[in-house]
Design a protein around this ligand. Structure first.
Ligand code: IMP
Length: 428
């Protein structure tokens, strides 16, 4: 038996999908445990690109069971649109491979509308959400008025819940100058989704526990990244769920003692999408060059990602709060061709004092000045390298320095989008 968690160690978009797909080769079950379709995991297998928003990245391995555990918020419309092409490609075969938790909260049309209307009302103070309704859906969960996936299979229950919440939602939408929703239209739409999803719905959390008790290999797939965590990230520029490793325990209902490995995924540089402080952001041509070379455009919203140097203060924080047992470094190839590479090793505050931890107060973080150390770059194209021996010495030294300064071993280095463009390492 093995229980592993793969987590984003930065601000999301670290390339978790590819890393999960690789680890999934040795897994029986892959579990999403938080977030919803704000995630966008891009996988390239034999040149074919698949973008997943809801479905775990293990889905391209036919023998793997993919589970949306109770901590996930599900937009049934989006989920069905995602299932359909995968079914047509023969990847999803009925319910054998995919289990949608009856206990997942449903992203309702009014959640999407509220998310978008609020962002519009914020004017220049936008969070830059994905507009998928994630925040309003989690709000309802905390407020104990969530519609669950199981409710989509039960007309009376759904009606009773909607009678309770819809008038308030419509009043809120009106406040933001947006259109409200008709009870009968929502009922029809949601019950229709329920029927289409019925074959996939089951008690996800208990299945995950059974898998662990039965000695299976279970892999938990995080979405977003550590610094977007609602409690441990750069609030308020965060998502609305816990994104750190501990969220796997509460999202799927397992105790922490079962977890054996926590793998953090980090790019060899750093990106962020949406608003919020980003100390190592590059506002010059180099930032632009990283964006183009790394194809740094959001797979969910298509927005250009902000790019910058690797931030080891933030990465060390991720190692601590997730209890990382190893790191996977992605997109090392994007740094090829630079004479020198900068790594942020510490922060200074506005008064020039050294700061060794990420200040989670956004205003304080906004005023931070990164302290950089330079490392020699390399000029070679490394996309065909498959072992550490084939990498230029400067590239190995760069990765080793990350491992050393973060006090965690690097087990995997990725040099391209495909499955094969990966090497196993033991750098520390
Ligand atoms: P929300 O999750 O849509 O509420 O968006 C809140 C913040 O998290 C915004 O800055 C989004 O850009 C960011 N975010 C949400 N999901 C992802 C993701 O999967 N990758 C990167 N950023 C994300």
């Amino acid at each position: 038996m093995s229980v592993q968690i793969v987590i984003g160690a930065q601000w999301g978009d670290e390339g978790k999908g590819k890393i999960v797909d690789i680890y999934a080769e040795r897994s029986d079950v892959v579990v999403r445990f938080q977030g919803g379709n704000n995630a966008g995991h891009t996988l390239v297998i034999d040149g074919v690109k698949t973008v997943l928003h809801h479905i775990p990245s293990g889905i391209l391995r036919p023998e793997v069971r993919c589970v949306l555990a109770g901590g996930v918020v599900v937009d049934p419309k989006v989920l069905l649109e995602e299932i359909e092409p995968l079914k047509q490609r023969g990847i999803i075969q009925a319910d054998r491979q995919l289990l949608v938790g009856a206990e997942c909260s449903v992203i309702m049309p009014y959640h999407r509308a509220l998310d978008q209307a609020r962002e519009l009302s914020r004017g220049g103070n936008k969070i830059g959400t994905t507009g998928r309704g994630i925040g309003p859906c989690y709000e309802d969960r905390v407020a104990r008025r969530s519609v669950f996936v199981r409710d989509l299979l039960d007309k009376e229950k759904l009606q009773a819940k909607l009678e309770d919440v819809l008038p308030e939602k419509n009043a809120l939408l009106k406040l933001h100058g947006a259109e409200g929703f008709e009870m009968s239209a929502i009922m029809d739409e949601m019950l229709g989704y329920g029927e289409s999803l019925r074959q996939y719905v089951g008690e996800a959390n208990s299945e995950v526990r059974e898998a662990i008790n039965g000695g299976k290999n279970v892999l938990f797939e995080g979405a977003q990244g550590t610094l977007l965590d609602i409690g441990l990230g750069t609030y308020p520029f965060v998502t609305s769920s816990h994104t750190v490793s501990g969220a796997a325990c509460v999202g799927a209902g397992i105790g922490p003692r079962f977890v054996e490995e926590v793998i953090g995924v980090s790019k060899a540089y750093c990106t962020r999408v949406g608003a919020g402080p980003f100390p190592t952001e590059l506002h010059d041509e180099l930032g632009q060059a990283l964006r183009e070379k790394g194809h740094e455009f959001g797979s969910t919203t298509g927005r250009p990602r902000r790019c910058g140097w690797v931030d080891l203060v933030a990465l060390r924080y991720a190692v601590q709060v997730n209890g990382l047992t190893s790191l996977a470094i992605t997109k090392l190839d994007v740094l090829s061709g630079l004479d020198t590479i900068q790594m942020c090793v510490a922060y200074k505050d506005a008064n020039g004092n050294l700061v060794n931890e990420v200040p989670l107060d956004s205003e304080q973080l906004e005023g931070i000045v990164p302290v950089y150390e330079s490392m020699p770059g390399w000029s070679e194209d490394i996309t065909e390298c498959r072992t550490l021996d084939e990498l230029p010495e400067a590239a190995v030294n760069y990765v080793r320095e990350i491992a050393k300064r973060c006090d965690v071993k690097v087990n995997l280095v990725s040099v391209g989008p495909g499955r094969k463009a990966t090497m196993e390492t033991d750098l520390r």
